[in-house]
Design a protein around this ligand. Sequence first.
Ligand code: CAA
Length: 282
Amino acid sequence: MKNITVIGSGTMGNGIAHTFAQHGFNVSLVDISTEALDKALQTITRNLDRQVSKGILTGEQKHATLGRIRTFTETGPGVSDAQLVVEAATENTNLKLDIFAQLDKLAPSDAILASNTSSISITKIAARTGRPEKVIGMHFMNPVPVMKLVEVIRGYATTDETTARVMELAAALGKSPVEVNDYPGFVANRILMPMINEAIYSLHEGVAGVEEIDTVMRLGMAHPMGPLQLADFIGLDVCLAILRVLQEGFGNPKYAPCPLLVNMVEAGKQGAKTGEGFYTYT
Ligand code: CAA
């Protein structure tokens, strides 16, 4: 595989485009506005500069990486030569279902269609296409150029061949892919989100303050970020959406989002991206 299309140029989409291009793939990055695409290219350039300053890449490799990324505001031309499409749009079920129905019409019939969804059912997404055997989850972690894991999610109809090709591709990016089955939250978020929710409950119930809770987990459990800082980093709206998928998918009250999380999201406090969550950002 050589030609990869990434749908959506937000935090995850630009990180995925960056990583594929860095490893020699031709990347078509698709978003609805040129403003979003310009912003994504600026972010990729900034993150490549970090890698150059750390000696991970040379200046030449940085330019070659940028040279492998083309941008498109229309899906049709963006996917015309794709061998793999990775969708990284907003975490909204109906939006993703519509995108996959469209991709199925526009992408070459032998292309694999992957979703970077963090919790939406791959089986449900695949059912919107005429090629469910070629639909799979390819769940990258933020920041994509740094984090080693790719959670590879097999939907009900995903074949061994599709899975093997995506596992190989993730390994070619220097990542460690892990194969999991399609149940709510897969593995990463089924374990991560209840921990974050419990940290929010600990704050809500006055067990300890924000910094104290994060310090316990950073210094006591060697997590690089405490759960509240991580929630801000992921986005509180995203955490809430994933908890709702778990709650609905398992029908179990243990996944009910903490009321404090619900209130913060309703108040527009979505974490680092809005300048305020459990911490404030300038
Ligand atoms: N692109 C390229 N390099 C980057 C980068 C980016 N976007 N962001 C950070 N880096 C690099 C830095 O250059 C630095 O490199 P060295 O190790 O070679 O020095 C390294 O990453 C560390 O960066 P910083 O020194 O700036 O900051 P840090 O040491 O605090 O690490 C972090 C930052 C990597 C984000 C670290 O705090 C961390 O691992 N946090 C936890 C991240 C995590 O859990 N991610 C998963 C979230 S869940 C998810 O994504 C999926 C979901 O479904 C919700």
